[in-house]
Unconditional design. Structure first.
Length: 124
């Protein structure tokens, strides 16, 4: 692969993730009940809206599971309360590390609270 081709792939992926470009095609894979999958084309805008809704739900769900206010959750994650608000409203998307912490918070809230106790004590 030529460097120019690789640069074009990276440029296109960046534009897709930023929402400045639309994918040419989005396909959903559904189990066919026989161990395989059926490909079903879906509208790219519908898919994008579903992703935003899922991301908003995960941020809100993590905060609810932890029982924290926005200010406490922001302090725990080392971000501003405004950034957290933007995530919860779907205006911005958390980075990969933040998404991982949110998933852990939903699955194991007590572990996150135990690890975050010193941070929350300072913020309180």
């Amino acid at each position: 692969m030529k460097p120019s081709e690789l640069k074009e792939i990276v440029r296109r992926k960046t534009a897709l993730l930023a929402g400045t470009a639309q994918p040419g095609r989005v396909t959903q894979l559904l189990p066919n009940g026989k161990g395989g999958y059926i490909r079903r084309p879906i509208n790219s805008e519908t898919y994008r809206k579903a992703q935003v809704a899922e991301q908003v739900a995960s941020v809100t769900a993590a905060r609810a599971k932890l029982g924290l206010s926005q200010r406490e959750m922001a302090s725990l994650m080392g971000i501003s309360p405004r950034t957290l608000q933007n995530w919860e409203q779907g205006q911005r998307e958390p980075d990969q590390a933040a998404k991982m912490l949110l998933r852990v918070a939903v699955l194991h809230p007590q572990s996150v609270l135990d690890a975050a106790e010193p941070v929350l004590a300072l913020a309180g």
